[in-house]
Design a binder for this molecule. Sequence first.
Ligand code: EPU
Length: 341
Amino acid sequence: MNIQHNISLSTLTTMRLGGEAAQLVEIHSPDEARQAVLYAQQHGLAWYVLGGGSNTLVHDDGFAGLIILNKIPGFEVIEKSAASASIRVGGGESWDAVVQRTVEMNLSGIECLSAIPGTAGAAPVQNIGAYGQEVSTVITQVDAYDAKNDAFVQLSNADCEFSYRHSIFRGRETGRYIITAVTMKLSTLPPEPPFYKAIENYLGEHAIAAPTVQQLRDVVIAIRANKLPDPRTTPNTGSFFKNAIVPRETYERILASYPDMPHYDMLGGSVKIPTGWLIEQAGLKGTLHRGMRVHTKNSLVLINESAKSYDDLASARQKIIDTVHRKFGIAIQQEPLEINS
Ligand code: EPU
């Protein structure tokens, strides 16, 4: 194992903030995942798995433990029938490269999750979703190293307890598993309408009647390029807040003053309100606070323009949370994860 010391985490995370990791190791196989955890345990170090760093924030004092960089490769078709194909991918693969390959195979199920930064192993952690698709609907199995029991395990979809931007991996089992592979069952059938509204609008404007999976990927890439800043050039972590899921009474109270408020009905009667809309209505779109910019094209995104520290980000975040709370009585929640020292 090649352990590196005093590594800047701001260069490994797309918000480009925060201090150093005391130690860091890259893993390329499930066995190396186990070796890394055993090394951390033997040396009394906390450990944290990082993929692409596109959904993780780092504090100014960095991380006193071992960062485990997941680089586990793999892309295999493990089952194929007339209607579907099951693909198993390594946790360290680039998510978008995986999407591209499945689209080239004309498989449907994750084409609308195109251009999401990060790794395949991170996809189940926050149950990535966009433009009408959510990865939890296609995942059939997650392979992981279970640090609690020193065992390699296979988790079923139900074991992962997926919900909106959530799973056991960032919930009650935080810090237990290293995701080594993800298996997804994709469809060989052509994509079926109705599509997400923004996609339907784009298809209409471009006179595309029955889109192929490749066309849907291209449309999503075009829409995202317009609304979401590229983390390779503009420091950000995509949506900085989760959309707000509120009781129907809260939704109705706000609706009385804002009859055009966008919203989605959820199973069980609660209502999802886009937090980007709440932030925009609270007058914060495009504003700059301590170097953090509320994106002019999408208020859900915070861009690190010139913040000097995690404290700057925390101050901007608090200002947004408080302003939205004062105006709407809704406590909005951060979406990215944090490495805690
Ligand atoms: N809206 C505003 N003002 C804004 C931003 C949005 O009024 O500044 C309104 C839009 O007009 C629209 C609604 O809010 O009516 C929803 O906006 P959009 O479709 O752009 O999606 P979102 O709710 O802002 C979510 C995901 C994105 C995903 C898009 C597309 C979350 C936290 N975010 O954003 O995911 O790409 O839907 O499906 O659920 C991410 O998680 O990092 C991410 C980018």
